[in-house]
Write a protein that binds this ligand. Sequence first.
Ligand code: UT7
Length: 324
Amino acid sequence: MNRSLITGTGSHVPSVILKNQDLEKIVDTNNEWIIARTGIKERRIVDGETTNDIAVKAAKNALKSAGTSPKDIDLIIAGTVTPDMLFPSTACFVQSHIGANRGIAAFDVSAACSGFLYALDVADKYIRAGISKKALVIGVDVFSKIVDWKDRNTCVLFGDGAGAVLLSAEKGKRGILSTHIHADGHYGKMLYAPLSINSSPFHKKSPEHSYMKMQGNELFKIAVRTMGEACQEALEYTGLKAEDISLLIPHQANMRIIKATAERLGLPEEKVYINLDKYGNTSAGSIPLALDEAVKKGTVKSGDIILFVAFGGGLTWASAIVRW
Ligand code: UT7
């Protein structure tokens, strides 16, 4: 059976940097609190660019690093919960703007911060089933457009960013060894962003503002427990042990959640990739952005075992293990 080999990675973040000190001027917060409670020092915020724009740039960078023509792709999946439009999808926009062939499959998946790993899970299944030979998988979010910039509980946490990988069907031992995706909609209201767009004259309910809302403290505890369990599930499925992991690339939501996840696995600091300090929580963009950075720095070497784990709104959570 074919495996999905990651043959290229790419990312893009907007150039505007919003530092903690800048946020002190907008809401009642301070640099010390943000660093101590989250680990975030700054984040990137779009100023003119859109979700589609940054997704296209990340996708082009992934294709360039793979040395693959857009004409060779047969599937595009984008994980996002901040698309520019309800339809067409972000993936369809990317298809037309990178010059991919007409008629290929292109669609989005909605799984908040787990969006990239959800998209990776689906693409991997297409490849293993022999349906796809080359799939472009994108994680992208622009939370700056749904964050309430008057709410200090949330606006300090998020940033905008996109990452992408190219998957190729290959035989051999390298590639994606496992993917697992999960959800629990019973906790949906712990982290959500309503759409207030019903313009029907028959719809009498007054619209809720579309800002995202979060019960951070409760989520924190669930995130620590769930990400730990997701890592264990991935290890058990692949028959690997924690000491076999070369690098953990977790969703970058909070330094304390990342450290607790690594501690549960008994992983030393140098085996955990963290770039949250520079980008904040970029939701579905977070894992592919961190992966691309790790690859470019030379942190990832052929044969390395990489464990990815994510947690987010839905609630959703997911993992993947890759032999690089
Ligand atoms: O992306 C995936 C899903 N997201 C997550 O998994 C996020 C999970 N949650 C978290 O990361 C953390 O809960 C937060 C970073 C959101 C909050 O940290 P916390 O340590 O749980 O703080 P808290 O909500 O318990 O608030 C502690 C105090 C409160 O003041 P009082 O009531 O103790 O006087 C807050 O009002 O900190 C206050 N506070 C702030 N102070 C300064 C909350 N936000 C801020 C702020 N600046 N920005």
